[in-house]
Design a protein around this ligand. Structure first.
Ligand code: 13P
Length: 264
């Protein structure tokens, strides 16, 4: 089964609108030289305040915006109401998003997001016709205690609970070991592939083989232009969720270019 790779840039809480637009233009000018089938699926997740700025310059090459998709970094599961500071799936869609990242470890850690909340968000995103990028990952303590697989399997089972196999098949999971995020320390690609295979087995158990074969599972955590080729050469790594290296057009474009050397 061949799965189209995804290279996603998570800009986190960085860049003002003008800076976001400039960086986006820098990525756009790189991808314009390729046809959509040559490229991995490129997804950019700016801050909420830059979503419209970025979506408005998304693509004018006649590809219908296919070359670069836009993602929100979070959403609420309710459609509307008294939830100060939150945005709904429909609002993200209205701002040009096709994807929404949920369950990032920074949201779990600093905003007390639980597996149950992440499951509600995943359901709302799929019901709204968008695609969730569901993050999971272990802390260094959990890894050292030998409970990585158990912890991640619990996160995935909870996130996918009550979601149809068809919807699971279209979803995206990002395995991001917390100790590798922003530390410059990537998880060894053979080990990342092993964990991702384990995640695929959990998906198979929960949603069947078709969903497990279709779902795209990314690796995230200090991905750089120099690491992506080896990561993309692994059997089960379907792409990357990139933080720091997505904040410069040169390094992000090089990640896309190096991905095309291996896969697509
Ligand atoms: P870094 O690439 O900066 O380690 O961040 C990874 C990440 O958290 C992407 O969501």
């Amino acid at each position: 089964m061949s799965r189209k790779p995804i290279i996603a840039g998570n800009w986190k809480m960085n860049l003002l609108q003008s800076e976001a637009k400039e960086l986006f233009e820098g990525i756009k000018s790189f991808v314009k030289d390729y046809t959509a089938p040559q490229l991995p699926t490129v997804v950019i997740a700016p801050t909420f305040t830059s979503l419209c700025a970025v979506s408005s310059v998304r693509c004018d090459c006649g590809c219908g915006g296919n070359k670069i998709s836009v993602a929100a970094q979070n959403c609420h599961w309710e459609n509307s109401g008294a939830y100060t500071g939150e945005i709904s799936v429909e609002m993200a869609k209205d701002a040009g998003c096709d994807y929404i990242i949920i369950g990032h470890s920074e949201r779990r850690q600093y905003f007390s997001e639980t597996d149950e909340m992440i499951n509600k968000k995943a359901k709302a995103i799929l019901a709204g016709g968008l695609i969730p990028i569901i993050c999971c990952g272990e802390t260094l303590e959990q890894r050292e205690a030998g409970i990585t697989d158990e912890h991640i399997a619990t996160q995935i089972r909870a996130a996918l609970s009550g979601i149809s196999s068809e919807d699971v098949a279209k979803s995206v999971i990002a395995y991001e070991p917390i100790w590798a995020i922003g530390t410059g320390k990537t998880c060894d690609s053979v080990e990342a592939n092993r964990v991702i295979k384990m995640i695929r087995n959990v998906v198979k158990e929960v949603s069947g083989s078709e969903a497990a074969d279709s779902i795209r599972i990314l690796y995230g955590g200090s991905v750089k232009p120099s690491t992506i080729e080896e990561q993309m050469s692994q059997s089960d790594i379907d792409g990357a969720l990139v933080g720091g290296a997505s904040l410069k057009a040169d390094s992000f474009n090089e990640i896309i270019a190096n991905t095309m050397k291996v896969a697509v």
